[in-house]
Design a protein around this ligand. Structure first.
Ligand SMILES: Nc1ncnc2c1ncn2[C@@H]1O[C@H](COP(=O)(O)OP(=O)(O)OP(=O)(O)O)[C@@H](O)[C@H]1O
Length: 257
């Protein structure tokens, strides 16, 4: 059963979290009218927490991720990443922030085919003009299980290995938040399980916070906290829930629409 709370995310009395969304609304033009994709969304991402967002197709999940990554601008509200409201930043500052504070993994791995795994992993630092320490690249690659493949190009790696390289690339700049959009969508179940284990260890061992959007209750059950969205609004949340409990909550979400 999804616990109903209007604002499931505001934690009073906790030190300022590096990622906080306040009152974010976003609408798109739809013919003569406007479609409200997000309605007054609040979210405080808790440190060292693996958070999943679930919701039916068109519920606003991608719009929220895009606003959080500065790829889309909300109509109103604020999005603080490490104390900076990113809704006021220009494109150059946003690109810098994405490189330094946000690690992103999409369903398609977006690795550069001509580059080795090592060069793909260190790309964010190269783009930022920062020094690359091969030992750091090796340590991170070892941590995500591709330490033996650093001289391989993406075409020489399996889907799961490519996904791990993408995770290492997302982590290289020590971001405040790792954002994963359907990271297991294209993987077989054994590889998906390994990637979810990796996400959990990113939180547990590296102390990062992870935000994942998924349609899969099994994937969501790897998260500490699952937030449910429908029609651009939070519908409730579950913590430490099983895949069965999450699937039941999703079905309930469908029934009330
Ligand atoms: N660029 C856009 N222009 C117009 N409408 C848009 C645009 N992007 C999203 N929308 C609309 O906003 C609503 C929310 O879309 P969004 O992609 O955020 O949903 P979602 O929950 O991520 O869906 P899915 O699970 O299918 O990826 C949908 O009704 C969608 O059609």
């Amino acid at each position: 059963m999804v616990r109903k709370r209007n604002r499931p995310t505001v934690d009073e009395g906790r030190p300022a979290a590096p990622v906080t969304i306040r009152g974010v609304s976003k609408s798109y033009r739809s013919g003569a009218s406007r479609l409200q994709a997000l309605v007054e969304i609040d979210l405080v991402l808790e440190p060292r927490t693996f958070t999943a967002i679930m919701g039916p197709s068109g519920s606003g999940k991608t719009t929220l991720l895009h606003c959080l990554l500065g790829l889309d601008k909300p109509d109103s509200g604020a999005i603080f990443v490490g104390g900076t409201d990113i809704t006021g930043l220009d494109e150059t500052s946003l690109a810098k922030l994405r490189r330094s504070r946000l690690g992103v993994v999409f369903q398609s791995y977006n690795l550069i085919p001509a580059l080795t795994a090592a060069d793909n992993i260190s790309l964010p630092l190269r783009l930022a003009g920062e020094k690359i320490d091969p030992a750091t690249v090796q340590r991170l690659a070892d941590a995500v299980g591709v330490g033996g493949f650093l001289d391989h190009r993406p075409a020489q790696l399996s889907g799961g290995q490519q996904q791990r390289v993408a995770f290492a690339r997302a982590l290289i700049a020590d971001p405040d938040l790792v954002v994963a959009d359907e990271p297991t969508g294209a993987l077989d179940s054994a590889t998906a399980e390994a990637v979810l284990g990796l996400l959990r260890s990113i939180v547990r061992d590296l102390g990062q916070q992870v935000l994942m959007v998924t349609h899969d209750p099994v994937a969501a059950s790897a998260a500490d906290r699952v937030l449910f969205m429908a029609d651009g609004r939070w519908q409730g949340e579950l913590r430490g829930a099983s895949a069965t409990q999450i699937a039941a909550a999703v079905a309930e979400l469908g029934r009330h629409r």
